[in-house]
Design a protein around this ligand. Structure first.
Ligand code: ATP
Ligand code: MG
Length: 340
């Protein structure tokens, strides 16, 4: 057989998902799933074991996992096409992470910039899990013999580390247990900015609800938030250079371009010369027609948490079959006695 692709990707479960999460993260999964060719696989999981590297309220975590699962399903993840599950439902992730912790070197982890950023000034008080976070990520992809891993700018270093760990493991035990995954550098992932301030990103932690479009907003809420979105009095320019120093204008046009799937220059040509008073209703209509169906499906899923659990467990069973095969080989070559 020629080389089939296996894409592996995880996302941390969070609540209050918004248009920025959708365009920057969720939609990429749906696109990857829909672009798969015969024989390829997508392995997508909710990274709840990664979430606990920082303090989590247990009830909120459990709810966020279901909420995130519902959002992904409502956005188009199809459990018949992709292997879709929660990380903690597949014990092999934790087990493999331990084996890899004993192969990864402290010096390698000390170079990881994410730990330095996330632990901040309180490094001594950070969890050990936060420190070995990238080793768990290495386990996540290596268990499935991932060929491709989508990475944003901030995750490139972690994928390099995963490749280093895989290489050392294969060398130390003189057997090719793990495939070395290649990065898929995300195609200009849309970065959506706050509707109230074009220089800060749309975020769930912004105290102003008017700053973001939540995936649960009603059509009226969406229309109202776009009507109130900050802009400037100038007309829409003919080309991108006319958006320099106009972050709010650029953001609204960028959202239109991302949702419509057309290049920003084409959007500018279509609306050049119009004011935002004319453009905003068009944008509102587009956002409503994109977010509305997701919101409605999301609410159906949320009414049936048992169905979400069934979908996640069925996905975990499929994932475990692949993961166990790799895990067993790893135990075996290390000389460990874990029973089959
Ligand atoms: P917080 O404010 O707590 O950091 P957030 O709104 O930034 O929350 P995250 O949970 O940090 O959301 O991010 C989840 C995913 O969504 C990540 O892949 C992140 O890159 C993406 N994302 C978050 N905000 C945006 C945004 N405004 N534009 C594009 N992508 C985004
Ligand atoms: Mg964030």
């Amino acid at each position: 057989m020629s080389k089939n692709k296996r894409i592996v990707s995880g996302i941390q479960p969070t609540g209050n998902l918004h248009l920025g999460n959708y365009l920057g993260a969720i939609r990429n999964w749906v696109v990857m799933q829909n672009e798969m060719k015969e024989g390829d696989d997508c392995v997508f999981f909710l990274a709840d074991l990664h979430a606990i590297t920082m303090p989590q309220a247990p009830d909120a975590l459990a709810e966020n996992v279901r909420n995130m699962a519902a959002t992904l399903l409502a956005s188009g993840i199809d459990p018949k096409q992709a292997i879709f599950f929660a990380q903690s439902d597949v014990a092999a992730h934790s087990e493999m992470a331990w084996l890899l912790n004993c192969v990864a070197r402290i010096g390698w982890l000390n170079r990881m910039t994410q730990f330095k950023e996330k632990s901040g000034k309180n490094r001594e008080g950070a969890s050990v899990g936060l420190y070995t976070y990238p080793v768990l990520q290495a386990a996540d992809v290596m268990l499935y013999q991932a060929t491709h891993v989508p990475v944003g700018e901030d995750q490139k270093q972690h994928l390099e580390l995963a490749r280093d760990i895989a290489t050392k493991f294969n060398n130390d035990y003189d057997e090719k247990i793990f495939n070395l995954p290649e990065p898929i550098i995300q195609k200009t992932a849309a970065r959506v900015m706050s509707l109230r301030n074009g220089s800060s990103k749309m975020s769930k932690s912004d105290p102003s609800d008017l700053s973001r479009i939540n995936l649960t907003d009603s059509n009226d809420d969406i229309a109202q938030k776009i009507r109130k979105a900050k802009t400037d009095p100038d007309p829409i320019p003919e080309n991108e250079s006319g958006l320099t120093d106009r972050p709010e204008a650029k953001n609204l046009l960028g959202i239109y371009s991302a949702l419509k799937g057309v290049a920003i220059n084409n959007v500018l040509q279509q609306f050049a010369g119009q004011g935002f008073g004319q453009f905003k209703p068009e944008l509102a209509e587009l956002v409503v027609s994109s977010v509305g169906p997701i919101r409605d499906k999301l609410s159906t899923f949320k009414d049936d948490p048992a169905e979400i659990d069934r979908i996640l467990l069925a996905g975990a069973e499929k994932a475990a079959v692949i993961a166990e095969e790799t895990l067993k080989k790893a135990y075996q070559v290390m000389g460990l006695r874990r029973r089959a």
